[in-house]
Ligand binder design. Structure first.
Ligand code: APR
Length: 305
């Protein structure tokens, strides 16, 4: 099997490393900056003798090389720099995504697209619209990352192993995300029974601010270790037909009362992409927030089309 990664920057390069080291699939790294993609491809390929992995890995700027990909992950785009508004970023990345998606549709029409570029939800809707792929085959990475951040912050707060924490965040991959404390558990016990409502709110808020906290520390660029780990988990679920349920930005049409919009909800991922959307029994305020986010995302995506 072959996974192509569009954008050989921090997220793309680290994802390529994870796929290669796991021995999951052949990897093609594609970037508009040809030297960057080629150089990382050579470097990662050299590492295979040490990690004892035989899958091929290469870098290119030629879309011919993504032919027959099972999955194409899109990380191409700009990161927000100081002074740039979200709207500016959206315009710039939408223009990039437009070109990228047309090229994927032309060269890898049978692939499953995993979107990573931000603003994630709006661009996943754009990708679905432009690719004309079946909605099952266009999936955005947001919820896995947000849930991992929530889990980590819960584990650190309670001083318990992170593996004993199951956390769930749905909704937009933005400050409007919806951490679900009632569906998050520590050693099987709901978080809401372990910490106060006020502490749940603090942990949720810290989760929503985590990306910005990392950006502020790094000084330039944004997070990529956890984002690439999240994208890896989704790619592995598809390539390995794992049929696991993860929160992902998927096309809802009726589910949760959402009409014709991609947004973060729990979904079963397998070889066909989205195998099933899981409808949770949300609290009234959680459902309201989800519907408001869906409305905002739908309008923003419609303005781009
Ligand atoms: N085609 C292909 N690659 C492109 C294009 C394009 N049209 N435009 C930009 N790129 C490439 C850049 O050359 C760069 O190598 O996308 C890459 C982006 O890499 P980084 O700047 O390192 O950004 P990264 O940290 O990887 O984040 C990428 O993922 O998590 C999100 O918010 C993040 O939207 C951002 C994306």
């Amino acid at each position: 099997m072959k996974v192509s990664i569009i954008g050989a920057g921090n997220v793309g390069g680290t994802l390529a490393q994870r796929i290669s080291e796991a021995g999951l699939a052949d990897v093609v790294l594609l970037d508009i900056a040809e030297g960057l993609a080629k150089g990382k491809g050579f470097d990662l390929s050299d590492a295979r003798s040490i990690t004892s992995k035989n899958h091929r890995i290469s870098g290119t700027s030629d879309y011919n090389e993504i032919r027959d990909s099972t999955v194409v992950v899109v990380t191409a785009g700009l990161a927000r720099v100081p002074g740039m508004t979200r709207e500016d970023l959206l315009k710039k990345n939408a223009a990039i995504i437009k070109k990228v998606i047309y090229s994927i549709a032309e060269n890898a029409p049978d692939s499953i697209i995993v979107m990573v570029t931000n603003p994630l939800d709006i661009l996943t809707n754009l990708a679905l619209h432009l690719s004309k792929f079946s909605p099952q085959k266009v999936i955005g990475m947001g919820g896995v990352l947000d849930s991992a951040r929530f889990a980590n912050l819960i584990a650190e707060h309670l001083d318990v192993p992170v593996t004993s924490v199951e956390a769930l965040v749905i909704g937009a991959h933005s400050k409007d995300m919806i951490p679900l404390a009632g569906f998050s558990k520590v050693s099987g016990k709901p978080l809401t029974q372990i910490v106060s409502a006020e502490r749940c709110r603090d942990l949720s808020l810290a989760t929503a601010q985590r990306g910005a906290q990392i950006v502020a520390c790094l000084g330039q660029g944004s997070a990529y270790y956890a984002p690439s780990a999240a994208a890896f988990k989704m790619v592995k679920a598809i390539i390995g037909s794992e049929n696991i349920v993860v929160p992902a930005c998927v096309y809802c049409n009726g589910e949760y009362g959402i009409e014709d919009t991609c947004i973060g909800v729990p979904a079963r991922l397998g070889s066909r992409g989205v195998e099933e959307i899981i409808e949770l029994d949300l609290k009234v305020e959680e459902k309201e927030k989800l519907l408001n986010s869906a409305k905002f995302i739908k309008e923003a995506a419609a303005n781009l089309a």
